[in-house]
Ligand binder design. Structure first.
Ligand code: ZN
Length: 378
């Protein structure tokens, strides 16, 4: 099961991935459908760009050799791509007003990878086959494709509401990605735990029963990042652009995997400790920058903190654990005993009141004791 990050107000979903076993004819039909689907989305987006707005067109106005339900979905996808572009344009404009000497331009996404999306009304699973409409001989025709569904996923499928079906190739295989919508879990636990995210130690947890847990291996992460960066520098000199892109994707994959493991360990620890609430620092653009200078980190890391906090939030939500965000100001400087502000020397925090401790533990304790902010990490 592949976990997807979700904000609190959205339904709790996860994506199941199943391998399709189509006949040669079905495979061709599916590929034609996916290619037409993506081309139609791109055409619609370019038309919105010319009009500079989303007009009032409906499914009936979409000209494409696709079943009506897919036309409807291309329209939704195109609107979403266009709105993202418009939002990027507004951000670029705001930037350019402040920094006219280094202007930025927003670019509109052009979809490349074949894919198509069916909504939950338009596909079904029966007797090991996935049924969905494609366009065949000038009309919409439902095809039934053999699909491999692990037993426990079939059970989950039978007991949850369903979201969209997306079909996309992975290597030379076709993969069906189906969204399942879960019931909100019942609230769990009683305690509060602070989690301090950092580079030297990826995460420090501190519970209200004074249990501490260090999670992840900062040195190894740093080594990996350095290795990938020097690899790419070497490839850059040799002008091997394709290899650079592959190296970047591989680094992303490894880092994502590490973040999944770290977040899993944090949430498992929280479950063991009967935690009801996990508190973390809020990382917005400005806050993240403030944090960056504080811990002498580069902007690059903002994104990884953001991703890790979302993974923690998502896994915690599945366990019925609430996540709260706190103001990151002074969390590493304030003495947890007397409230005085001090600067930690190296890794040790020392206060005139007599308190001393590991600097990262101080951060986690202060995050745990901080008053949560009204809004979430968004
Ligand atoms: Zn003190």
């Amino acid at each position: 099961m592949k976990l997807k990050t979700a904000k609190n107000e959205e339904p709790l979903t996860s994506t199941l991935q199943w391998k399709l076993l189509p006949t040669a004819e079905q495979k061709e039909l599916i590929f034609t459908t996916m290619n037409t689907y993506i081309a139609t989305v791109n055409t619609l987006v370019s038309e919105f760009c010319v009009l500079d707005q989303v007009d009032r067109r409906t499914t009936a106005d979409v000209i494409a050799e696709l079943p009506a339900c897919l036309k409807n979905q291309t329209l939704r996808d195109a609107k979403s791509v266009f709105r993202k572009y418009r939002s990027a344009c507004r951000k670029a404009d705001a930037w350019n007003r402040k920094h006219p000497q280094e202007p930025k331009t927003a670019t509109c996404a052009v979809l490349k990878k074949p894919a198509a999306i069916w909504n939950n009304q338009n596909y079904s699973i029966k007797q090991g086959k996935l049924g969905f409409p494609v366009f065949k001989d000038g009309k919409s025709t439902k095809i039934y494709v053999n699909v491999l569904i692990p037993a426990e996923q079939l059970n989950l499928w039978n007991h949850t509401k369903h979201g969209t079906l997306r079909i996309t190739p992975k290597g030379d295989k076709l993969i069906a990605q189906v969204a399942v919508i879960h019931e909100e879990p019942v609230p769990f636990g009683a305690g509060i735990m602070g989690v301090d995210l950092g580079l030297k130690i990826p995460a420090v947890c501190s519970t209200d029963t004074n249990k501490i847990r260090f999670v992840g291996n900062g040195r190894k992460n740093k080594y990996l990042k350095r290795k990938f960066r020097s690899d790419r520098k070497r490839l850059g000199k040799a002008k091997k652009l394709n290899a650079i892109r592959k190296s970047r994707n591989k680094e992303q994959r490894i880092m994502r995997d590490i973040d999944h493991k770290i977040s899993r360990e944090i949430v498992n620890f929280a479950i063991d400790q009967q935690i009801a609430v996990i508190r973390m620092e809020q990382l917005t653009g400005i806050r993240a920058t403030a944090r960056t200078s504080r811990k002498n980190e580069k902007n690059l890391h903002t994104w990884s903190f953001y991703r890790l906090s979302h993974y923690i939030e998502y896994k915690a939500r599945f366990a019925g654990i609430r996540v709260e965000y706190v103001d990151p100001a002074y969390t590493s400087q304030t003495c947890p005993v007397c409230g005085k502000r001090n600067h930690a020397k190296d890794r040790t925090y020392l206060c005139s009141c007599g308190f001393h401790g590991h600097r990262d533990i101080v951060g986690a304790v202060n995050i745990r004791n901080a008053v949560p902010m009204a809004n979430g990490n968004s």
